[in-house]
Design a protein around this ligand. Structure first.
Ligand code: 26W
Length: 809
């Protein structure tokens, strides 16, 4: 039973404030109140958590474990309140006590334990797993420093450390009893025993203690609480043991430092594998500790031989980052459990499933063999054996692929190809949107698809509508419920019931009002944080995502510059005022991406301070884009920019969040945009630009000529020359953008797609002017967004890949 009345909640707050801080609630600060409310909610959660764990132990269902180097869970207090059915009573209680609920919720640090899409997807999946009553848990790393905090100094990105743990984090429970040791380095000896069997001795290792911190994952009003287990690396020596040793010897200090590094910080990079050694250590740390726990739990709960592991356990690996789990499982089964190779391989390949999230070549992980050999000598031997057997298999059974063996091998040219390891060692390989999966099957992983046609499948991404609509946009959620009832919360497809309201003018008016309020709130935030005033009647045109060339923020700012040039030539130009809003972090070492940030900031400050254009356009680049900032921006967006070069964005998930909040998409036929278009159909989405086949053809035939477009399209000539000639400042960097685009022949087709992009935005302008046209389109988008709930995605994983069952009450 949760707390159902406001009075009861108030009493609880009073009691807790007294016991935690020995004060009257009137005297408590927002921070103190935050901890008080967390403590109350956590006590309620804990009852369900123990019950869920007990049920799993007794009923022994098959469990899914989601292994991921990243979990971008966002703030948890408000979403936990919602899922526990306590948000309303809590809000009322806080208000009665003269606190502002939002302010209390914003006391929570936003754990930035992920880079972007992949990490946020993992968090949405956990939410849906728990809500759909599936036994499914996450394993990740409790980085001391999450994604860096971004600040702009003179328009440049600078990175500050994000020490999100400086105050106690209320949601993670340390469980020392379940700590486990992970071994690095050392030497491996093979001993032949009397019975002819072989014993592996792994000696002189550097051991690291992995301590789990468990975060509850609360299902929506269903009393299920699953677990996200985040590992922290510590020294395996107890403080007492350390005292005996020569404390603070240099060697000891160095060892401590290198242990701290393992769960020290998240790699702020989502495309390049820099800092390889540490990254491998982090990856192995995650998989070794998680598998140890999975196998221990399996034995405890099931009392079955490990032959039965695949009946009770399935492990999804989130991109290749945790793919060392495959050789690690082999190691455990052979070295610790005494299985032979074939048996161990049979078990392993029936446990793992792999999701691919990108086809960008620079993002495909390859580790130098010598690094794996030094850091993980036993794992190296096993990967070698996997490779050896796989290549033998190809040679003997697939003569048609003989000349392709070096392209398919797990180890080639001194590198371990992690994607190949993941494909060979898994029973399922999935892409994250239809087009992406087709590209994997027919291009990037063509030969593997030929080998294992049944392994490949698609699971189009999704987002949790509870966080991204119910929590982030309560006014819209209430309006929807007022109109079609609240069943959409459990069954998001029922949002299609809104389709009958496209001509309901009272409803459309209310919808417009909700959007306007959300825009006003964002405008206030923009004013507070940047000092710039934006008009809530202008079109809020939003691009929020990591900064990457393929995502083409540059195309967006080219459009802005074009409009600015037009306005300068004709200040009376009749356009609907627009506010262009950006949010994006660049990897600290991604030079070109950082130049684009500087360019956007520079253009913004010129435009925002130019009285001649009469506030017709504004450009706002909000600092430090993260989950909680997304929750502020998305409900206020009119236009959603999803403009990647076709074929490059695996799926996108921001596109879905924006659609669900009534923004209209300006997008290429890429990733999940295509499936969004299938749902809403033209003209309820603004599609422009090259299609994937056209992009491929240009590449294949080398028939694209960027210079020609630069010379023939006057608008582009003007923009490019402005960059070259220092019109936006004398800084050399904008010249670099000019030269880069021309000297690389514009590999992302920015110049090529410019024309159709501009035309599409002219349509947007025309549509927006006539709200009788615009508003029904937003309704249609919201109505069809139910397909993109992660509940649907998880349902498909559960029945298609995992073969797991819902817990029944
Ligand atoms: C080497 C470091 C590294 C780290 C992260 C390489 C690659 C990644 C990820 C694969 C990047 C990522 O987040 N990919 C995004 O995954 C989303 C969820 O599936 C998709 O919606 C995005 O299209 C995809 O870019």
């Amino acid at each position: 039973m949760t707390i159902k009345s406001v009075d009861e909640f108030i009493q609880n707050i009073k009691k807790k404030t007294k016991s935690l801080y020995d004060k009257q609630v009137e005297k408590a600060s927002n921070t103190e109140l935050y901890y008080v409310v967390c403590a109350i909610v956590k006590e309620e959660i804990e009852k369900d958590w123990s019950k869920t764990n007990r049920e799993y132990q007794e009923q022994q269902p098959k469990q899914v474990y989601y292994l991921s180097m990243e979990f971008l869970i966002g703030r948890l207090l408000e979403s936990n309140l919602i899922n526990m059915g306590m948000r309303e009573v809590c809000n009322e209680a806080l208000k009665k006590l003269n606190f502002t609920p939002k302010e209390i919720y914003e006391e929570e640090p936003d754990p930035g334990l992920g880079n972007g899409g992949l990490g946020r997807l993992a968090a949405c999946f956990l939410d849906s797993l728990a809500t759909l009553s599936y036994p499914g848990h996450g394993f990740g790393i409790r980085y001391q420093y999450g994604m860096f905090e971004q600040r702009f100094i003179n328009g440049y990105q600078t990175e500050l450390p994000d020490y999100w743990l400086k105050d106690p984090y209320p949601w993670g429970t340390r469980n020392e009893q379940a700590a486990t040791e992970v071994k690095f380095g050392g030497t491996v000896r093979m001993l032949e025993l009397d019975d002819g069997s072989i014993e592996i001795k792994h000696e002189y290792t550097d051991n690291v203690l992995a301590v789990p911190y468990n975060v509850p994952i609360v299902g929506y009003e269903n009393e299920i609480v699953n677990t996200l287990c985040l590992w922290k690396a510590e020294s395996p020596l107890s403080p007492k043991e350390r005292n005996y040793q020569e404390l603070l010897s240099n060697e000891q200090l160095e060892r401590d430092h290198s242990i701290d590094q393992i769960s020290g910080m998240l790699y702020p990079n989502d495309s390049d594998d820099e800092g390889k050694m540490l990254r491998i250590r982090q990856q192995y740390f995650l998989v070794a500790s998680s598998l140890a726990k999975i196998v221990t739990d399996f034995k405890e709960n099931n009392r079955l031989s490990l032959h039965h592991l695949p009946e009770k356990v399935v492990i999804q690996i989130n991109d290749t980052h945790p793919s060392l789990a495959i050789p690690e499982m082999m190691r455990m089964l052979m070295d610790e459990e005494g299985f032979g190779w074939d048996e161990a391989w049979e078990i392993t390949t029936n446990v793992f499933a792999y999701t691919n999230h990108t086809t960008l070549h620079e993002a495909l992980e390859k580790w130098p063999v010598h690094m794996i050999e030094t850091l993980l000598p036993r794992i190296h031997m096993i990967i070698n054996e996997i490779n050896e057997r796989f290549c033998q298999h190809l040679w003997h059974n697939h003569p048609e692929l003989r000349d392709k063996i070096p392209d398919l091998a797990v180890i080639a040219y001194g590198q371990v190809h992690m994607a190949h390891l993941a494909i060979v060692g898994s029973f399922s390989v999935n892409g994250v949107a239809n087009l992406h999966t087709e590209i994997l099957k027919n291009q990037e992983m063509k030969n593997f698809y030929h080998l294992y046609p049944d392994r490949f499948n698609n699971k189009t991404n999704g987002i949790t509508h509870r966080r991204w609509l119910l929590m982030a946009n309560p006014e819209l959620a209430d309006l929807i419920t007022e109109k079609i009832g609240n069943q959409w919360i459990d069954r998001p497809r029922e949002l299609t019931n809104l389709l009958r309201c496209t001509e309901d003018s009272a409803f459309l008016d209310k919808l417009a009002k909700v959007k306007k309020n959300n825009k006003q709130k964002l405008a206030n935030y923009i004013h507070e944080t940047t000092g710039i005033t934006v008009d809530e009647h202008s079109i809020f045109d939003v691009q929020i995502k990591r900064l990457h060339e393929y995502k083409r923020q540059l195309l967006n700012i080219f459009h802005v510059i074009y409009l600015y040039n037009e306005l300068k030539a004709n200040p009376n130009l009749d356009i609907v005022p627009r506010t262009f809003i950006f949010g994006a972090k660049a990897a600290p070492s991604y030079y070109f991406a950082k130049e684009v940030i500087k360019l956007i900031n520079t253009v913004a400050s010129i435009i925002n301070h130019d009285p001649e254009i009469k506030d017709k356009i504004k450009v706002i680049f909000l600092e430090n884009y993260n989950t909680s900032l997304a929750e502020k921006i998305i409900p206020a967006a009119d236009v959603s920019e999803q403009i990647s070069t076709a074929g490059k964005e695996a799926s996108g998930t921001g596109n879905m969040k924006l659609m669900m909040n009534g923004a209209l998409t300006v997008g290429t036929l890429d990733g999940a945009n295509i499936e969004m278009k299938d749902q809403v159909e033209d003209p309820n989405i603004f599609i422009f630009g090259l299609r994937e086949e056209e992009v491929s053809d240009y590449h294949r035939n080398q028939s694209y000529n960027a210079k020609e477009i630069y010379q023939t399209d006057e608008r582009i000539t003007e923009i490019m020359d402005e960059l070259r000639d220092g019109v936006f400042g004398q800084d050399v960097e904008f010249k670099d953008i000019y030269y880069h685009l021309l000297s690389t022949n514009d590999p992302y087709f920015i110049l090529k797609d410019f024309q159709s992009y501009v035309e599409t935005h002219q349509q947007v302008d025309q549509n927006y002017r006539n709200q009788a046209i615009w508003l029904p389109k937003t309704v249609i988008n919201i109505a069809h967004s139910g397909k993109f709930s992660s509940d649907r995605t998880i349902q498909e994983y559960a029945s298609g890949i995992w073969k797991i069952e819902k817990q029944v009450k």
